[in-house]
Write a protein that binds this ligand. Structure first.
Ligand code: NAD
Length: 471
């Protein structure tokens, strides 16, 4: 460990504490600008041991924050993917850190050139509440692998988790290596206004805009991992028995509180009723006995629960057909049972806002061009899903639309692969992380040209008298 700075209790003002931590981390960075492989590997190993040692406490705290979130969901979506990312980083770290030699044009010879990969310095990470461990510690993995230091700001909607995280990090890292700052939007605003060397923000598009604005004042580069409405296209060639279980799993994981959840389904008009029946059967297969099913995550807060209720009511008022797919809702315990909505008008909130809950709008289409056009006339989505058997149609959708990432014939899974860069496009964000893409995004690729003993560029020196004759 690199040493301790002032204990947290000494500084009550969050902005002052952020400034003090940042100064301490920058000072520590200056003493070891490019940490060697052993230092980085040790930090990653400590992070991995920390997650292993604290995993039950993390799962219990996250469940407390949600009301009910099964420990198995936290294990599968928060713990396992981050530990896999750490293993992946440790395995490839030496190769990622190597400098790359570059061959020069004849005008540059006989000099030589390399690209050095160096840390950026101190990175601030702001995370949302929906996968609070994954979306904090997965970016941190890339940050540490690339040799940076980090200050973490978890969501105020996961106070129990934030508390455990702060304790675990304080036990594992020196404050000038990794530190945690907790608090709500005021703290978050002070945090993203601080002159970090890089910020990674995961959250809503609306807040992402504010973060980009605050960071611009310091010229701090930002990776923005935002949300949006991710479509699932059911091709006419789709086989519902294969597609629907995968779609329902992705939609209802964490009760739809997933950034890459399929938001709505585009379905061939003549198959809408068959699709609905298949979805309903599958929902009840995966989550029998709702609202009393312990595998089903509750909605994070009364405010979020009320918003989902409003989305459905407004769609109904605007003429949409609302179909309850499973048991009744339990507002007191915030169990929002799955609902399908057919024929919601475009201007309804359920078709305008990211749903972030277990509501599935079904949009009927007549031709594939119409489905592609529907997607292309909206904000660019974070994820896109295509289900079907027809390869030519799949190709048309892949080349005819733009999205942050795609899974074909399943949902969510592209996010779980460390060699696939993960990030949005347009309103769903910019920049990417995971694996080597994250390592590069969190490094400065510094070009270095080493001149040879014999300079090949003497002709650049004045006087230019004779050169002028050749031009
Ligand atoms: P949010 O934008 O409300 O909050 C995210 C974080 O931003 C929190 O830590 C919060 O304290 C902080 N924050 C709030 N106001 C701020 C401000 N003015 N300046 C700086 N920071 C501020 O998002 P949320 O409700 O926690 O999460 C849900 C959203 O996140 C959804 O839109 C979802 O799609 C998106 N999301 C994206 C990804 C991804 O990887 N792209 C992953 C998960 C969630």
């Amino acid at each position: 460990m690199d040493g301790q700075v002032s204990p947290k209790s000494e500084i009550a003002d969050p902005a002052a504490r952020i400034a003090s931590l940042l100064a301490a981390q920058k000072a520590a960075w200056a003493k070891d600008v490019t940490p060697d492989h052993a230092t980085r590997d040790d930090r990653l190993a400590r992070l991995d041991r920390m997650i292993e040692a604290w995993q039950e406490r993390f799962a219990a705290a996250i469940s407390e924050d949600f009301g009910n979130r099964p420990a198995v969901v936290t294990t599968l979506t928060d713990i396992v993917p981050v530990r896999a990312a750490i293993r992946h980083a440790r395995k490839h770290l030496k190769r990622w850190m190597r400098s790359r030699s570059v061959s020069l044009a004849w005008t540059g010879k006989p000099a030589s050139a390399v690209i050095l990969r160096q840390p950026l310095g101190v990175v601030g990470i702001v995370a949302p509440w929906n996968y609070p461990l994954n979306l904090m510690l997965s970016p941190l993995t890339g940050v540490l692998a690339a040799g940076n230091r980090a200050i973490l700001k978890p969501s105020e909607l996961t106070p129990a988790f934030s508390d455990v995280l702060a304790k675990a990090v304080a036990e594992t890292f020196a404050e000038d290596e990794v530190a945690v700052v907790t608090g709500g939007p005021e703290v978050a605003t002070a945090f993203t206004s601080a002159p970090f060397d890089h910020l990674i923000f995961t959250g809503s598009t609306a807040v992402g805009r504010k973060v980009a604005e605050a960071a611009a004042k310091n010229l701090t580069p930002v990776t923005l991992e935002l949300g949006g409405k991710s479509p699932a296209i059911l091709d006419p060639s789709v086989q519902f028995d294969k597609a629907v279980p995968r779609l329902v799993w992705g939609k209802l994981l964490n009760s739809g509180q997933t950034c890459v959840a399929p938001d709505y389904a585009l379905v061939p008009r003549e198959r809408v009723q068959d699709f609905l029946a298949a979805v309903k059967a599958e929902v009840n297969r995966q989550y029998p006995g709702l609202p009393g099913n312990a595998d089903y995550t509750t909605i994070i807060s009364p405010r979020h629960y009320a918003r989902l209720t409003r989305l459905v009511e407004e769609a109904r008022e605007k003429g949409a057909e609302v179909i309850e797919l499973a048991g009744p809702h339990d507002g007191e315990r915030r169990v929002f049972s799955p609902v399908a909505v057919i024929g919601a008008p475009d201007e309804s909130a359920v078709m305008q806002e990211e749903i972030f809950g277990p509501i599935l709008p079904i949009v009927a289409y007549d031709t594939l061009d119409e489905a592609i056009g529907y997607i292309n006339h909206r904000d660019r989505p974070l994820a896109l899903y295509w289900f079907g058997e027809d390869k030519a149609s799949q190709e048309r959708v892949l080349t005819g639309t733009i999205a942050g990432g795609v899974t074909v014939n399943d949902t969510i899974l592209h996010l779980a692969q460390d060699d696939l860069p993960f990030g949005g496009v347009g309103a769903s964000g910019y920049g990417a992380y995971h694996g080597e893409a994250g390592f590069v995004a969190l490094s400065k690729e510094k070009p270095v040209l080493r001149q040879s003993a014999i300079s090949g560029v003497k002709f650049l020196y004045p006087p230019y008298g004779r050169m002028a004759q050749w031009m």
